[in-house]
Design a protein around this ligand. Structure first.
Ligand code: ADP
Ligand code: MG
Length: 339
């Protein structure tokens, strides 16, 4: 069992447009912990920095600042090669993550052998088939001989999940694992991930822009907006009692059977993020303020992370007056809830 601690994770990209160079703070001071047997959902619109967080955890991208530590139950850190075995990714596009020239068996046998989990052809073949059965790809012996193009999108993603398990995954980072799949098969793949998590006591980060599945499949939710976590807390709390204006807009727009619980929320989000103009190069304030229905003068300053409930935090000046920090500036709206 492995716990993954992320502390102060930051990524600044240097981007060039014509002759100008500018800094894009794609991920800004993000912290969370993934624990065995639990799922944390990372939600937010496109461009908010979710995949950059995933890529840093997978060591595909180097953090500008901050720390990522995998820790065994006895407190020792999981380093080097072992980290790569323990922490596995499932990407959005299963086709791109599989080699078109190789069979399913090859994809799964490689990590099994590489990580010393199977020796000899017979044992390897048996373990490959066991993995395929675990992800409901049967008859396993038949599937094992196919190449990626001979599988459906859902089957390919199941192969990608089996491949994540092959080296002995303890932590799984699933970056929009069903968003490219047909709507009708998404739940099947998410249910599979949930079952494997229970069976193997995996720590899971589920990245999505779909609030309904985030709520259903996760224990805790982190809401990201332009590189920052603006709200975090228990899944039901965050969805049914959102406290950050951005989360309120997201929750109001989410198609969900419990929508009546939130009938009072009527705002509709912009279809597009509000342009690249105010990307958080080094915005000293709240990056949501140009879209926020409750924006105040003080929002030009970065709000602190404020406790708004049990294990529930929001980074918003609306909640900063409750004995935790400064009050909203005079003349600004002081209402507890946005109108
Ligand atoms: P999400 O997964 O939430 O859609 P990303 O993490 O992919 O967001 O991207 C966050 C921001 O970082 C975006 O503005 C994106 O354009 C930018 N970005 C991502 N990767 C790079 C890169 N390699 N170089 C420059 N900018 C990048
Ligand atoms: Mg992404």
């Amino acid at each position: 069992m492995t716990t993954l601690e992320v502390r102060g994770l930051t990524k600044v990209f240097s981007i060039r447009s014509g002759l100008r160079r500018s800094a894009l703070r794609a991920v800004d001071n993000v912290s969370f912990t993934l624990t065995p047997g639990r799922t944390v959902a990372l939600v937010g619109e496109s461009g908010s920095g979710k995949s950059t967080v995933a890529r840093m955890i997978a060591r595909l991208e180097k953090p500008t600042a901050g720390k990522i530590t995998a820790i065994r139950p006895d407190g020792t850190p999981v380093g080097g090669r072992a980290y790569r075995d323990h922490v596995q990714m499932v990407f959005q596009d299963p086709f791109a993550s599989l080699n078109p020239f190789h069979t399913v068996e090859h994809h799964l046998a490689r990590p099994l052998k590489l990580h010393g989990r199977a020796r000899g052809r017979e044992e390897t073949r048996r373990m490959v088939e066991q993995l395929l059965e675990r992800v409901n790809l049967t008859p396993a012996a038949d599937i094992a001989q196919r190449r990626p193009h001979e599988l459906s999108g859902g089957q390919r993603q199941r192969v990608a999940i089996a491949r994540a398990l092959a080296p002995g995954a303890r932590v799984v980072i699933a970056d929009e694992p069903v968003s490219m799949l047909d709507v009708s098969i998404r739940l099947g793949v998410l249910n599979l991930l949930a079952r494997l998590q229970r069976e193997d006591d995996l720590a899971v980060l589920y990245i999505t822009h779909d609030l309904a599945t985030a709520r259903h499949f996760s224990d805790d939710i982190l809401v990201m907006y332009r590189g920052r976590v603006v709200e975090r807390g228990p899944a039901d709390e965050v969805i049914l009692n959102p406290r950050h204006p951005y989360t309120r807009i997201l929750a109001a727009a989410a198609p969900d059977p419990d929508a009546r619980d939130r009938a009072r929320l009527t705002e509709v989000p912009d279809p597009e993020p509000a342009g690249g103009s105010a990307l958080p190069g080094d915005d000293p304030g709240c990056t949501f303020r140009d879209r926020c229905p409750s924006a105040m003068e003080i929002c030009a300053r970065l709000p602190e992370d404020v406790a708004v409930g049990r294990d529930h935090h929001a980074r918003c000046w609306l909640h900063a007056g409750d004995g935790h920090g400064a009050r909203p500036a005079a003349g600004g709206a002081t209402a507890e809830r946005p109108a």
